[in-house]
Write a protein that binds this ligand. Structure first.
Ligand code: GLU
Length: 318
């Protein structure tokens, strides 16, 4: 069933009040300054049409959403097997920037690439030897997906760099475990650069669509990364993509998604057969932005909006 802009605008109005259930990320001063009342959505359809509603003409930094993208990019370059030697595919039950797994569980490698320890490890593996080369490679991978260049939000980068004490501590643990392919400062630099890349809702929705179609771009008719990599990426998004609320998100929304502390959510609705109507529901890429995040680190109103959308349009893959 087609989704109409009117329906989307109505859902925005109904969910906007949920912004009061969260607050902007306070530990990164440049993110703390975002307007907590914003709520916008963009949906990319496989025929290339876009549905925008609410505060949809915004751009914001990728933050943790970048983690799934650097994982895909490194896997595409070096193969899944090589990457999974350095990071596992298990949820942790700890917060995204926790040091506990290193000290208590001593797992030998980070639990998954979506927690900070795993993401810093993966960023250090991006192709290239210098941080500049790695950044170039990563942004040219993103450019292949969205067809346009992306840039860093310099204010967010500086703000994060100045306050990255915990990430620096994590990077030292990783260095001690011989998991980093760079020294600590360079690993931190490339990780913070990827988190500080600015993106629009429309470009993020396009990336969601490509993940939904297993690495295939249905608009340009091109396979941009391997199906097997997309499959593992979607598993990671379902099991770890929404921090410690991933279980609830799978239960109530039921699609692969990745959130970031800037308030963005990337969601991929894979195409599926609807047995009762005997028709194929097309896949969609969905991007949501609402910077007031809840205690789990997920956009409060954004999550509620996706929950309603999934219920109305039967998006859940489960
Ligand atoms: N750059 C943020 C950090 O490392 C990303 C966290 C997030 O979005 O979850 O703290």
């Amino acid at each position: 069933m087609p989704i109409s802009i009117e329906q989307l605008e109505k859902m925005i109005t109904e969910n906007r009040s949920h912004t009061v259930l969260g607050n902007t990320a306070q530990y990164i001063p440049a993110l703390a300054k975002q307007d907590p009342n914003l709520l916008g959505i963009s949906i990319m359809c496989p025929n290339g049409s876009l549905l925008n509603a609410g505060d949809s003409q915004v751009s914001f930094t990728l933050q943790s959403i970048s983690k799934i993208l650097s994982f895909i990019s490194v896997c595409q370059e070096y193969g899944l097997e090589y990457v999974l030697e350095k990071v596992d595919v298990e949820p942790t039950g700890e917060s995204f920037n926790s040091i506990i797994p290193f000290e208590i569980h001593r797992p030998g490698k980070p639990f998954n690439p979506l927690i900070n320890a795993g993401a810093i490890t993966v960023s250090s593996m991006l192709p290239g030897t210098t941080t500049d080369e790695k950044y170039e490679q990563f942004t040219s991978f993103l450019q292949k997906l969205i067809g346009a260049p992306l840039a860093i939000d310099e204010e967010v980068y500086q703000s994060e760099w100045r306050t990255a004490h915990r990430n620096r501590a994590l990077a030292y643990y990783l260095k001690e475990s011989n998991l980093l392919e760079l020294d600590v400062e360079d690993a931190l630099d490339i990780y913070i650069r990827q988190c500080s890349i600015k993106i629009s809702l429309q470009d993020l929705a396009k990336i969601g669509l490509i993940i939904a179609y297993n690495g295939y771009d249905p608009i340009e008719n091109k396979q941009l990364f391997d199906k097997e990599i997309a499959r593992i990426a979607k598993v990671l998004m379902v099991t770890c993509g929404m921090y410690n609320a991933s279980g609830k998100f799978a239960a109530y929304v039921g699609v692969p998604a990745k959130s970031g502390v800037s308030g963005g959510i990337l969601a991929s609705v894979p195409p599926k057969w609807l047995p009762e109507t005997h028709e194929l529901q097309p896949g969609y890429g969905i991007a949501v932005y609402s910077p007031a995040i809840d205690a789990s680190g997920n956009s409060a109103a954004g999550t509620m909006l996706l929950k309603q959308l999934s219920k109305v349009f039967d998006f859940s893959i489960f």
